[in-house]
Ligand binder design. Structure first.
Ligand code: SF4
Ligand code: SF4
Length: 410
């Protein structure tokens, strides 16, 4: 039925609710140059040790499970660096999950820089089926450019040691790589490195950071800010995706899972993309600090986006609050006309609101900084995506596209 309101409905409880937890707050044993999270220390009392107490852990686990409307409940342990907490903390978390499971199917994921992993850690991760996301920015030269410890020393070899341990103990893992000014011009070197080290699940995040005159990173709320040199340019991002896609589509569909390609295909097929930046709205995934404070999104940990505290506010009341609803629907509701009329809107959705600080060709604010790169990418992949969507519609594997490309070569 036609409606006066073309905006999609935001239905916070129709999908699983996610609140990822930061058991060590913003603390980290590394000091990567582009890290947006180390500054979060300023949100807490200087004397407050940023660790999650047992009472906060229990309250979180109990109320988070109770709030879910789906059987599966996913816990994501994030940082800072979560492995700064001892294994006993995570063993206790699992005990509490069992205690409050009430028939739910519970799974855990850990996001880590991998440098503190030990055989004991890996045994725990394997025995309890945890999925591990490792932050690594490609081969040594690329990774070490920005991912350094507080003494300025490179960290690649330590991360690789962690990855080798995970592999030795058969822990399921994926790579989360940041694309920046330094590595963006080498997509194939980057991609082949991951394949060579046996990684089959890859996520890429483009670095887009602005710095204010006082030297602090600009927040999504700041109108001012100079782009940092390590940020990727829109053209670099577009070319990076196109070049990488060209290799993936020929050799690796169905073998290597690149999140942004899978999500793009999902949007082409009209199903949920899984990647929030390419989704219609935000608001399903919040974040909880070590002290129980809950914020709208990991990229919006600022006072105006605080939804409450796990000790005083229920998960349902926070995730279903007017504030979170508004945060979620703002993604589509605040799109400039250029996006609303863009032929790629179905695939792009204006990308992440944190990157919308540019002016459209007709002078409207709110255009995504990476727009040019996304237009380049979507235009480039259109024929392949069309083909794979047809295969999906016919209940055939999208990987058939590789045979077609092979035949065209002959
Ligand atoms: S603000 Fe950006 S990172 Fe946060 S949920 Fe929205 S798209 Fe995702
Ligand atoms: S490609 Fe550019 S104009 Fe189109 S929806 Fe994305 S950000 Fe907006």
């Amino acid at each position: 039925m036609p409606t006066d309101n073309p905006q999609p409905l935001h239905t916070p409880f129709s999908a699983p609710l996610y609140i990822m937890a930061k058991p060590a707050g913003p603390s980290c044993n590394l000091a990567c140059e582009y890290c947006y999270y180390l500054e979060k220390k300023d949100l807490f009392e200087p004397k407050q040790r940023p660790i999650m107490t047992d009472a906060t852990l229990e309250q979180y686990i109990r109320t988070y499970i109770e709030a879910q409307t789906t059987n599966r409940v996913e816990f994501v342990w994030h940082g800072g660096e979560a492995t700064l907490r001892p294994l006993s903390f995570f063993r206790r978390a699992m005990e509490l999950q069992k205690q409050y499971a009430a028939g739910h199917d519970i799974c855990n994921a850990l996001q880590t820089n991998g440098t503190l992993l030990t055989p004991e850690w890996c045994r725990f991760l394997h025995d309890n089926n945890w999925l591990v996301g490792i932050s690594i920015d490609g081969p040594q030269e690329f990774h070490d450019e920005y991912r350094r410890n507080p003494l300025g020393k490179p960290t690649f070899l330590n991360v690789m040691k962690g990855i080798r341990l995970l592999q030795q103990y058969n822990v399921e893992w994926n790579a989360m790589a940041v694309v920046n000014d330094y590595n963006a011009d080498h997509p194939l070197e980057f991609y082949r490195f991951f394949k060579n080290i046996g990684c089959r699940y890859l996520q890429f995040t483009p670095i887009v950071e602005r710095v204010k005159p006082d030297g602090r990173l600009a927040t999504p709320l700041d109108n001012c800010g100079e782009l940092t040199e390590m940020s990727v340019t829109p053209a670099q991002w577009g070319k990076f995706l196109c070049d990488l896609f060209d290799e993936w589509i020929k050799e690796d569909v169905g073998k290597v899972f690149v999140q942004i390609f899978d999500s793009t295909l999902a949007n082409w097929a009209g199903v949920s993309p899984g990647l929030c930046t390419l989704d219609t709205n935000c608001g399903h995934a919040a974040v909880m600090e070590h002290n129980g404070d809950v914020y709208s999104c990991d990229h919006f940990v600022f006072p105006p986006y605080k939804l409450g505290n796990i000790h005083h506010d229920s998960v349902i009341s926070m995730m279903g609050s007017e504030r979170q609803l508004k945060f979620g629907t703002a993604k589509s509701a605040t799109l400039p006309r250029q996006c609303r009329e863009c032929r790629w809107l179905f695939a792009c959705h204006g990308e992440c609101p944190k990157n919308r600080f540019c002016i459209t060709s007709d002078g409207e604010s709110g255009l995504n900084y990476l727009c040019e790169g996304y237009r380049m990418f979507f235009t480039h992949v259109e024929p392949y995506m069309d083909y794979m969507k047809k295969e999906l519609d016919a209940k055939r594997p999208p990987a058939n596209v590789m045979q077609v490309l092979e035949q065209l070569k002959k």
